[in-house]
Write a protein that binds this ligand. Structure first.
Ligand SMILES: CC(C)(COP(=O)(O)OP(=O)(O)OC[C@H]1O[C@@H](n2cnc3c(N)ncnc32)[C@H](O)[C@@H]1OP(=O)(O)O)[C@@H](O)C(=O)NCCC(=O)NCCS
Length: 157
């Protein structure tokens, strides 16, 4: 019998068992990665934490914090080998759909000005520029600003 190959990745809830792989991916993707403990704290705090999985391999993940009718996207990452193939956009679509289902009015995020790929993705998804938070992130040569962006959701009801 031939194996059935999955066509698209699936999104599923993140579990504690996923965290060693996720923390290792985060360390590959960021100069200042989250620790396994940061992800565990997010799970314990009840944040919306999901995994993007293709043929049982984790290719991405996202962490979103909900506060009443606002949400903050704290982490969205696609594994290096899977970047640039449209999966980041699809995972963002899922995050936005979940926020809509949770009756969120504003979805907030922060991005480094130097992260052109992520900024371009968010702008193309209609996130609007709100402000710059000076010296927000640690950087290899000091500190880097954060660009604060937000997306309006559920505003036409
Ligand atoms: C940012 C990230 C989530 C985007 O996911 P991705 O799967 O690589 O991106 P996609 O293939 O879905 O592309 C989405 C958009 O990003 C932009 N993009 C993707 N790869 C790009 C590249 N190499 N150069 C320029 N723009 C690029 C394009 O605007 C693209 O839209 P298009 O396909 O309509 O042209 C992913 O690259 C990543 O995890 N990077 C490291 C971690 C990170 O920076 N996370 C975000 C922190 S704020």
């Amino acid at each position: 019998m031939s194996a059935v190959l999955q066509i698209d990745p699936i999104v599923r809830p993140m579990t504690l068992a996923d965290l060693p792989v996720i923390a290792a991916l985060d360390a590959q993707c960021y100069a200042f990665p989250w620790t396994l403990g940061n992800f565990a704290d997010s799970l314990h705090s009840g944040y919306r934490c999901c995994v993007y999985e293709y043929n049982q391999t984790i290719i991405g993940y996202a962490v979103m914090m909900l506060i009443i009718d606002e949400a903050h996207l704290l982490n969205i990452t696609i594994a290096p080998d899977s970047q640039g193939q449209g999966w980041g956009r699809k995972l963002m679509d899922h995050v936005i759909m979940r926020a809509q289902q949770d009756h969120v009015h504003w979805l907030w995020l922060e991005v480094r000005p130097s992260n052109g790929v992520a900024k371009k993705l968010y702008e193309s998804m209609k996130f609007e520029f709100v402000a710059v938070r000076k010296n927000y992130y640690p950087a290899v040569d000091g500190r880097e600003d954060a660009v604060i962006m937000r997306l309006a959701l559920n505003h036409d009801a």
